[in-house]
Design a protein around this ligand. Structure first.
Ligand code: SF4
Length: 232
């Protein structure tokens, strides 16, 4: 069976979030997502109507060409939700590894079965813990815990907080992370202000950071940098 996936875009930019912030990367953005977060900054990627269907070979050729011309050594598979395309990733990853590229997976952190299928092939898993107040959706605690348990040593966690986030739900995310591996790099990401979305207060961020640091030694507060830098 011929494998293909809807690819919204392939581009080179600076990583604007998390542990590899500032690193030049090629981004392969898949269309389609299993969630609908209130603060989503990629609404266009939720719909695959505008995406191009690509085979793993076509996508790998485009990524490798761009990585070589832009001197990037790392590739982020992002979305939407890339794990909706786990079969495609299984075929794509060996082609990218053969070209010497390191693979990052940027994921909403709930599709744990799909992660198991590709975990040996990726180098870094950047997972979210989605707080219900920030997403406007039901909590996914059990899914997040199973997800983080798949390859904790390859994983870092990002939690977006808004002016609606409460400390009890944030504390639950921290306890969840600590219960699997307290050495995980844990990023508190104040939401970027946009229509209908407001960042949390400075006092909330300070309190949340203190609360997280009581259980996790590697906590940082890091807002999205790409809107500040004016890059994609
Ligand atoms: S998981 Fe990511 S891509 Fe999907 S709706 Fe939420 S923020 Fe948008």
């Amino acid at each position: 069976m011929k494998i293909s996936a809807p690819v919204a875009e392939i581009f080179c930019s600076l990583q604007g979030e998390g542990l590899y912030m500032g690193q030049r990367q090629v981004f392969l953005r898949f269309a389609g997502c299993n969630l609908r977060c209130g603060y989503c900054d990629e609404p266009a990627s939720l719909d695959d109507a505008a995406a191009r269907a690509m085979t793993p070979q076509e996508a790998a050729a485009a990524v490798v060409k761009l990585a070589r011309s832009k001197k990037a050594s790392d590739v982020s598979l992002t979305g939407g939700e890339p794990l909706l395309r786990h079969r495609f990733i299984k075929a794509l990853a060996p082609l990218l590894k053969k070209a010497g590229l390191r693979l990052h997976l940027e994921t909403n952190g709930v599709l744990h079965r799909e992660l198991k299928a590709v975990a040996p092939l990726v180098d870094v898993v950047a997972m979210d813990i989605k707080l219900p107040s920030a997403t406007g959706q039901r909590a996914r605690w059990a899914d997040h815990k199973r997800f983080f348990s798949v390859v904790p040593e390859k994983t870092f966690i990002k939690t977006v907080v808004t002016n609606r986030t409460g400390l009890p739900e944030f504390a639950r995310a921290v306890r969840l992370a600590a219960s699997v591996w307290d050495g995980v790099p844990f990023f508190i990401q104040p939401a970027t202000a946009r229509r209908g979305v407001r960042p949390p207060s400075a006092s909330f961020v300070a309190e949340a950071s203190c609360l997280a640091a009581a259980l996790l030694p590697h906590v940082k507060v890091l807002p999205q940098q790409h809107p500040i830098w004016g890059v994609k």
